[in-house]
Design a protein around this ligand. Structure first.
Ligand SMILES: CC(C)(COP(=O)(O)OP(=O)(O)OC[C@H]1O[C@@H](n2cnc3c(N)ncnc32)[C@H](O)[C@@H]1OP(=O)(O)O)[C@@H](O)C(=O)NCCC(=O)NCCS
Length: 234
């Protein structure tokens, strides 16, 4: 199941046909769903558009990571309003949700491994030469959790930008939460959950991710990675 605000800016319910009209008496939270939002959420046309985006996106992103296929994937995202740099590698199985009006910026030579998921409702920026490891998830929106125990289903979504600097390595199976900034040259160890900002040139790990050690920033100039024969996982 994918969460409502992540998929198409729907503010209540899911996309599986179980969306319900909100009743003001059952969701007295501070961030209730307006009648207009609920109408849009339940609109078959809106649901059709969101599911169509997912269908085309998952078909395009199932392609292998030949340079031509990567350029097709980059063009697809640009058509949806994203800024995608040069030589970005998209492994098969990358999943990117990009609701209308949201920000997605991916720098040159970024490498997104098999099974990476990016939900860009709140905005996601990734700096150049950053490597995102297998099955890592980057989330930029939370469901609001009402203090009074009223249903999360009706409580709306909070969106927060995720910013990942250049030359970062996020290893396999990590989760980056909404609002986090990861500084240039940082490393996130495998299996970590990043709940807070990560300082530049540090190695962090664990759940929640904590400082493991610091790195020295490089003073040398970079060659374009493909010319230097490095960068991607092979
Ligand atoms: C982070 C990593 C690169 C190792 O970095 P390192 O600086 O050499 O770390 P070390 O192995 O010396 O371990 C240093 C400390 O960090 C801890 N640590 C290492 N990896 C960790 C992880 N994934 N989560 C939590 N803690 C970790 C170690 O337990 C150790 O703690 P201690 O000092 O209390 O014993 C490695 O652990 C890792 O996560 N590799 C990712 C592999 C991967 O995902 N590959 C796919 C590529 S997309």
């Amino acid at each position: 199941m994918f969460c409502s605000g992540e998929e198409g800016d729907i503010v209540a319910g899911r996309l599986d046909g179980t969306i319900q009209e909100p009743s003001p008496s059952t969701h007295p939270s501070s961030n209730p769903v307006s009648a207009t939002d609920a109408k849009r959420a339940t609109s078959p046309w809106h649901r059709f558009l969101v599911v169509s985006y997912e269908t085309v996106m998952s078909a395009v992103f199932a392609l292998p990571r030949y340079p031509f296929c990567n350029s097709v994937k980059g063009r697809f995202l640009r058509c949806m309003g994203a800024k995608i740099g040069k030589r970005v590698v998209f492994y098969p199985g990358v999943w990117i949700t990009l609701p209308p009006g949201s920000t997605l910026e991916i720098g040159d030579d970024v490498d997104l491994a098999l099974g990476v998921m990016i939900t860009a409702a709140g905005g996601v920026r990734i700096g150049e030469r950053t490597l995102i490891g297998f099955r890592t998830h980057i989330h930029s929106a939370n469901h609001v959790i009402p203090d009074d125990g009223s249903p999360i289903f009706y409580s709306g979504v909070e969106k927060e930008m995720v910013t990942i600097g250049k030359d970062v390595w996020i290893a396999a199976n990590c989760t980056v939460l909404p609002g986090v900034t990861i500084g240039e040259g940082a490393v996130v160890a495998a299996g970590s959950v990043v709940t807070k900002d990560v300082e530049a040139y540090t190695v962090v790990g664990g759940v929640p991710a904590k400082l493991l050690r610091r790195r020295e920033p490089s003073r040398s100039a970079y060659l374009p990675v493909r010319a230097a024969g490095s960068g991607s996982r092979g």
